[in-house]
Design a binder for this molecule. Structure first.
Ligand code: ADP
Length: 196
């Protein structure tokens, strides 16, 4: 079954964790712009070199770089029957670029899943992740800045997608399995069936 989905929510809401699970059960690739940028930083590619300073500061990587990257990725064969975007779009310019890509391919997003999480909870989760994984942008002051960037640049997209009738709000607080079940229910309510 084809499904074009995206996950939106503050840093630390659990988008990456849920994206991996949903991707497996829906049989569509999960595309995390954060993961792709981190891989480019690790491999010291030209894109990685350009993105690194923005990421370390907790700022968004410029739209032009991000949009080109996603356009290339979505053009690959494995995305033809659907995909799950994690962490993209996160600005209105990225929504514009995604809309343009989808229109060119005669398609549209099916559902936008908002993972709702309280800022105090996500700060605590990311403090723990900083200890576990040592991600350079999980330092507390950088985390607070990422939350502010989210509030200013990304949160407005929620109303935008709600206005299009595409939004499913899901509580992101609770056990991982519980949150997955909530997402599956929200998708089922929109006719997208997730295998167990
Ligand atoms: P989180 O959602 O927890 O902040 P991500 O892994 O999605 O983590 O992103 C990490 C960093 O990668 C962001 O702070 C930003 O610098 C960069 N990034 C990821 N996705 C995008 C995007 N769509 N646009 C711009 N920058 C992005």
């Amino acid at each position: 079954m084809s499904a074009r989905l995206l996950l939106i929510g503050p840093p630390g809401a659990g988008k990456g964790t849920q994206a991996v699970r949903l991707s497996a059960s829906l049989g569509v690739p999960a595309i995390s712009t954060g993961d792709i940028f981190r891989e480019n930083v690790r491999n010291e590619t030209e894109l990685g070199t350009k993105a690194k300073a923005f990421m370390d500061a907790g700022d968004n990587v410029p739209d032009s770089l991000t949009n080109d990257l996603v356009r290339d990725r979505l053009s690959q064969e494995d995305c033809a029957a659907g995909f799950l975007l994690d962490g993209y779009p996160r600005t209105t310019d990225q929504v514009r670029a995604l809309d343009e890509f989808l229109a060119e391919h005669g398609t549209a997003m099916d559902v936008v899943i908002e993972l709702v999480a309280d800022p105090d909870v996500v700060v605590e989760r990311l403090k723990k992740r900083a200890l576990d994984q040592g991600r350079s942008d999980d330092d507390e002051s950088v985390v607070r800045h990422r939350l502010e960037v989210y509030r200013q640049q990304t949160a407005p997209l929620i109303d935008l997608y709600d206005g299009r009738g595409m939004l499913a709000k899901v509580d992101g607080i609770g056990e991982i399995d519980e949150v997955t079940a909530r997402i599956s229910d929200a998708l089922a309510a929109r006719g997208i069936l997730v295998a167990d």
